[in-house]
Design a protein around this ligand. Structure first.
Ligand SMILES: *[C@@H]1O[C@H](CO)[C@@H](O)[C@H](O)[C@H]1NC(C)=O
Ligand SMILES: *[C@@H]1O[C@H](CO)[C@@H](O)[C@H](O)[C@H]1NC(C)=O
Ligand SMILES: *[C@@H]1O[C@H](CO)[C@@H](O)[C@H](O)[C@H]1NC(C)=O
Ligand SMILES: *[C@@H]1O[C@H](CO)[C@@H](O)[C@H](O)[C@H]1NC(C)=O
Length: 464
């Protein structure tokens, strides 16, 4: 999965004016590696150190990464992958072996501090995995205890969609289909082991689904005068993140769990995306993350309205743009650093650098929803050899997606793979966008505002 680079241009841009090497930030960074242009783990750890990151979270237990982290001050969060959960749940010997191979082999020289079992397990419709989640966590914990290891928390990061509603936060409640079956045993486990309820929480997604109804300033922590009142219980919110976190607090409370601490396993803002993705830009990403870091590093701790003064361990998503992720453009644009280590935008993880000390960023043009027509065409730089399968895919779904490409039909000419694929991409995307299709096709496609129709061949468009 990894392309190692022999020679690397290391840049000092990552060393921030306000950094203080003696004090590490308590902010963590998610280090996802689904990219084919990423720096080596060695280089990456150097970057993390120069950013003064206090913690790093990885999506597996990569031996290379864990070896390289040995002797560093970084606290490390490792993950049991979803496909390992059921085996571990079924058999303590397998859990023991996992701990042997992925923890004891590196600990304590590598400062492993949490083991996250699975990733957003409840967002997949897999009843067996749901049932196996807590048993797997229990067995990992039992194995750690049998080795006398008590300072590694066992948790599981869940997406915020486990909660039914965040408006108002006091209405927060876990979805019925998971509440009794998974949440009660999970909360019992977390409470009993004094672990965290880890949640992946993205105000960006909640806002971008409805950008005209929620003020962007409220979401970016920009204006504490804008408030949302949870009148039922007299709590006043000044940002969307607090609302989302407190909806989890209230959901736990409804099941009788008052004191389980919350950790943020992922949060962040995309630095870019497709034309139809409102608000995905470097400016908002910088403001969101800087304000978030200031909030989470403040001393004394700020907490949330339902839990004032409580520290919330927080991992930002993500270190790099990951160009091998599927889906809409934002999926590949959550990064903080370019592949050469220079920052995509500046961010002081200690939270002390004031906003007016940062270089001023240009106001973005896509903070309001795009209005107009969009087409989805072949990206100019692609290898045309790869178009065949993508064209097949776009046409195979039927419903007449590619009827106009047949001989004698309006879009048959010019008979070229690029022309036909562009038509097929536009037609497919126009038809299926409402059902979640994106204009991506493995990186072969791109959105455009310029109408590719020609002669009597009219390209279907998405009208926003
Ligand atoms: C548990 O797994 C171990 C190792 O794979 C195997 O030897 C043992 O038979 C299993 N035990 C049970 C009860 O399935
Ligand atoms: C947007 O806000 C208006 C006014 O508060 C409300 O009537 C409407 O239902 C909201 N729309 C959505 C989709 O939440
Ligand atoms: C909030 O309101 C106070 C008092 O009205 C005002 O001084 C301050 O500038 C306002 N802040 C913002 C960000 O608008
Ligand atoms: C949570 O754990 C504490 C002990 O740490 C215990 O007193 C309390 O009863 C537990 N809560 C629930 C709902 O199980």
């Amino acid at each position: 999965m990894y392309l190692r680079r022999e020679v690397f241009v290391f840049s000092l841009f990552c060393i921030f004016a306000f950094s203080n090497a003696l004090v590490l930030s308590n902010i963590g960074i998610n280090y996802g590696r689904l990219g084919n242009n990423l720096p080596s783990p060695y280089q990456t750890i150097e970057f993390l150190k120069s950013m003064d990151a206090g913690r790093v979270k990885i999506y597996d237990a990569s031996p290379e990464v864990l070896k390289l982290l040995s002797g560093t001050r970084l606290h490390v969060s490792i993950m049991v992958t979803n496909d390992q959960i059921s085996d571990i749940a079924s058999n303590l010997t397998i859990a023991d072996q996992w701990v042997q191979d992925n923890v004891l082999a590196y600990y304590p020289n590598t400062k492993i501090r949490s083991i996250l079992v699975g990733n957003e397990v409840l967002s997949y419709d897999d009843q067996k995995m749901w049932a196996d989640l807590v048993p797997a966590m229990q067995k990992i914990k039992k194995s750690l205890v049998s080795h006398n290891i008590h300072n590694i928390k066992v948790g599981t990061p869940l997406a915020i969609d486990v909660v039914e509603s965040i408006f108002p936060p006091s209405s927060g409640k876990f979805k019925d289909e998971i509440s009794d079956k998974v949440m009660i045993p999970l909360l019992k486990f977390l409470n009993g082991t004094k672990s965290y309820f880890f949640v992946d929480v993205y105000p960006y997604f909640t806002w971008s689904e409805n950008p005209t109804n929620i003020s962007l300033d409220f979401v970016l922590f920009k204006d504490s005068n804008q408030t949302y009142n949870d009148t039922g219980i007299g709590l006043v919110y000044t940002n969307l993140l607090d609302q989302m976190l407190d909806s989890v607090v209230f959901a736990m409370r409804k099941l009788g769990f008052e004191n389980i601490r919350i950790g943020i396993s992922e949060t962040g803002w995309p630095n870019g995306g497709d034309m139809d993705e409102t608000g995905a830009n470097t400016y908002n990403a910088a403001i969101y993350n800087r304000n978030l870091v200031r909030k989470m590093t403040a001393s004394p701790a700020i907490g949330t309205p339902a839990r004032p003064g409580v520290v919330i361990p927080t991992f930002l998503f993500s270190l790099y743009d990951e160009n091998q992720k599927y889906g809409p453009g934002t999926e590949r644009h959550w990064g903080m650093l370019n592949p050469n280590g220079t920052p995509i935008y500046e961010l002081d993880l200690t939270g002390v650098r004031p906003e007016n000390d940062y270089p001023q960023l240009q106001e973005p043009s896509n903070n309001k929803p795009f209005k107009g027509k969009l087409w989805c065409v072949v990206e100019t730089q692609v290898d045309t050899e790869e178009l065949g399968p993508a064209l097949d895919f776009a046409c195979r779904l039927g419903n007449g997606t590619c009827d106009e490409l047949a001989p004698l039909k309006s879009c048959y000419q010019p008979v070229s793979e690029v022309a036909h694929a562009s038509y097929a991409f536009s037609s497919y995307w126009a038809k299926f966008r409402d059902r979640g299709a994106s204009c991506y096709f493995n990186g072969l496609a791109v959105q455009t505002t310029s109408d590719p129709s020609h002669g009597s061949c009219e390209f279907p468009s998405v009208t926003l």
